[in-house]
Design a protein around this ligand. Structure first.
Ligand code: IVH
Length: 677
């Protein structure tokens, strides 16, 4: 393909993909199969890679992400991002309404009412119809530049249609709709990661991801609610807020269909009422509604208070609360042995769903809340999906009611539960023989960040365990296709030849998984990914690690006393040593691979700080290690050099000077690592 043909094809693909994206994100319509769409996108990515001059900043390939955010630049907002006055009381909304009417003194006007989206506020700057910057609210004056991540959100147009100001800002909220939020959380749990507490936190965390490709997978949504334009352009914008939002829709934003124009307080109250009930049917969370004076020329007349405009107010929904009898308490045992008490409730309707169970968190919670037998519990549902127990209903307390107490024994294996003084909850100490703990450890071992045995999901592992084939992680490597085929016959998990082969292939591939991940996969208490990496690098192989005393273990950076004891206790158990031995026999990596290419930095410890010209932070760290050096996160008397990039903080410099540690530039570092160059 010559350059001219390539240009044509890029244009054609861009047009097609933009069109399909628009239909998909704005109108919920899929005009092509996912497969066809992916093919077109892959072709465009390939062409842009071959002809970088053809890759426009507004190319739909940006939606895929891939740009890495090394750090988020702080940006001062051109127009400060104000917040709104808010209230939970309808009376205060009535006061707002009559005050506004009084101040406007007979001028005819109306209100625009819209949803108060429960997400993260951002501002999008468009210049000549192109998205040039996306910034979080931050403290209202300064926020983080999250452009690369925002560009992956399908409902944020990269280029605008219709008429628009030449240089202006669109403000709105990034929300995480319930469905993709829950799917993502389920996946996190399956992989042994902490789930997000609610969609808002998850939206905020997603916008701050270093890897924009990961952000692209999160299926966030943007809800616009405001246009900010410089004064000289403002006269050409529609003169009502609802009109401006409609213009945003014509530009290509997805406007929520819940916008309403209200004439008076009765209309406003009806709108509040409607959404207080219907909010549970929305695909995303809202925490109230926002009322704005609709005629924008009146805004200046009403003015601002210290932090918020006088022409708008937010009404926040109260969390819905009901009281219902506690029927019984059951106990769930997690993969680490932590026991969670669960209240079984008389089913009760709350915020659009029927609640039957709710967590009681731990023994501490039960004691503090003073839950007694026969009590009625107060259950609340706020802007979130998960109902919470917030207390005991005093009206239903029977005289002489006894505390509910707490289970003595594990409901799964019968072992006596343990509660460490000072800890909030109980755990089952029978780690090696308690079924959910065994399956939990298998799941952790198989998870993506550990051994990545993708054909062994939780249900399959449970089945293998129940069939008596696998009781610990080493048993996985004794599996054969013959033993697998035919398992679970008649169930959805039934294993055919193809699945058995896939399992064997995944196990085979896992023999190449680096030692640090094998160590993480063992599931030693308190040893997360980072800890495993540090331990692996420090000790080099499993034998050194198993021989280490708690004192030696605690020498490793980021390994505290608690972790050191946990590691030492783990390897003190003969059955664990036996598992390690069997995994070694099975061919798993039990030592760090020597990717080291040089030893010019052997024995030296480096701290790196600031931004570098020829390296990313991770690259310079890898470079140091590849040359035999060590990288440390903080300066100490053991540091050999501080490699200073641009924008290194003065605090670091002062500390290095105090400790007499040589501060070297990136170039000097290069000379040290590769002296022959
Ligand atoms: S209007 C000057 N409209 O609620 C007008 N805000 O304290 C500024 N929010 O930080 C905001 N939905 O993040 C507006 N429909 C909506 C909103 C909304 C959610 C958030 C926004 C702001 C906070 C108000």
């Amino acid at each position: 393909m010559d350059n001219e043909q390539a240009r044509h094809r890029v244009e054609e693909l861009t047009r097609l993909i933009d069109h399909y994206n628009h239909e998909y994100y704005m109108n919920d319509r899929s005009e092509v199969s996912d497969y066809e769409f992916d093919q077109l996108l892959a072709e465009l990515i390939a062409l842009e890679r071959e002809h970088p001059e053809l890759a426009l900043p507004t190319s739909p390939t940006r939606r895929v992400g891939g740009e890495v955010n090394k750090s988020f630049k702080q940006v001062t907002h051109r127009f400060p991002m104000l917040s709104l006055g808010n209230t939970y009381s309808v009376e205060e909304i009535e006061e707002f309404e009559s005050r506004t009417r009084r101040l406007l003194d007979g001028t005819p006007f109306s209100y625009s009412c819209e949803l108060k989206y429960d997400g993260v506020a951002i501002g999008l700057t468009y210049r000549d119809g192109r998205l040039v910057q996306a910034v979080t609210r931050g403290n209202g004056s300064v926020g983080d530049d999250i452009t690369a991540n925002a560009a992956t959100i399908g409902t944020i147009p990269l280029k605008l249609d219709g008429t628009y100001p030449p240089d202006f800002e669109v403000r709105g909220e990034v929300v995480y709709p319930f469905e993709p939020f829950e799917a993502m959380n389920r996946q996190r749990e399956a992989e042994g990661e902490e789930p997000f507490a609610n969609p808002r936190n998850a939206a905020s965390g997603s916008l701050k991801l270093q890897d924009s490709a990961e952000c692209a997978r999160r299926r966030l949504m943007f809800c616009p609610y405001f246009v900010m334009s410089p004064d000289d352009y403002t006269p050409t914008l529609p003169t009502t807020h609802t009109g401006r939002l409609e213009q945003l829709r014509d530009m290509g934003f997805r406007l929520q269909p819940h916008l309403a124009e209200c004439r008076d307080i009765a209309d406003i109250k009806a709108y509040i009422d409607l959404w207080d009930h219907q909010r549970w049917e929305l695909p995303f969370g809202i925490d109230g509604i926002v009322i704005k004076v609709n005629q924008t020329q009146l805004w200046d007349r009403l003015g601002l208070t210290a932090k918020s405009p006088r022409w708008a107010i937010a009404y926040k929904f109260k969390a819905e609360r009901v009281s219902t009898p506690l029927l019984s308490v059951s106990y769930q045992v997690g993969r680490t042995g932590v026991v969670t008490p669960v209240a079984n409730l008389q089913p009760v309707h709350l915020g659009g769903t029927t609640v039957r169970r709710a967590t009681l968190n731990n023994a501490d919670f039960i004691e503090k809340t003073d839950i007694r037998q026969g009590d009625w519990l107060l259950v609340e549902k706020g802007g979130e999906i998960i109902p919470k127990i917030v207390g005991v209903d005093p009206d239903h307390r029977a005289e002489g009611a006894q505390p509910v107490g707490y289970a003595d024994h594990c409901p799964e294996c019968g072992a006596q539960l343990v509660r460490t003084p000072g800890e909030a909850g109980h755990y089952c100490p029978n780690a090696d023989h308690c079924p959910p703990q065994i399956v939990g450890r298998l799941e952790h071992f198989a998870s993506r960040r550990a051994m990545n045995l993708d054909s062994l999901g939780p249900e399959r592992l449970e089945m293998l365990y129940r069939a008596g084939l696998v009781a610990n992680v080493a048993d996985l490597y004794d599996l054969t296709p013959q033993r697998l085929i035919g398992l679970g016959a008649g169930s959805a998990q039934s294993l055919q030849r193809k699945s058995a082969d896939a399992i064997m292939a995944a196990l085979e591939a896992s023999r190449q998984v680096p030692f640090e991940r094998v160590l993480f996969a063992l599931g030693i208490r308190f040893v997360g990914e980072v800890g495993a990496k540090k331990l692996a690098r420090y000790f080099g192989n499993i034998d050194n690690l198993m021989a280490a005393t708690p004192l030696e273990l605690a020498m490793v950076e980021d390994v505290g006393e608690v972790t050191a004891t946990a590691v030492s206790d783990y390897f003190a158990r003969p059955e664990h040593r036996q598992i390690v031995e069997r995994l070694r026999q099975a061919g798993l990596q039990m030592a760090v691979a020597t990717t080291q290419t040089a030893t010019t930095l052997a024995g030296l410890t480096f701290v790196v700080s600031g931004v570098f010209e020829t390296f990313s932070r991770d690259e310079i760290k890898a470079h140091i290690e590849a040359h035999g050096g060590r990288v440390s996160g903080s300066l100490s008397s053991k540091t050999s050099y501080l490699v200073a990039g641009e924008k290194m903080g003065p605090e670091k410099r002062r500390k290095a000077e105090q400790l007499n540690i040589p501060i070297i530039t990136e170039e000097a570092y290069r000379n040290l690592a590769d002296p022959q160059q």
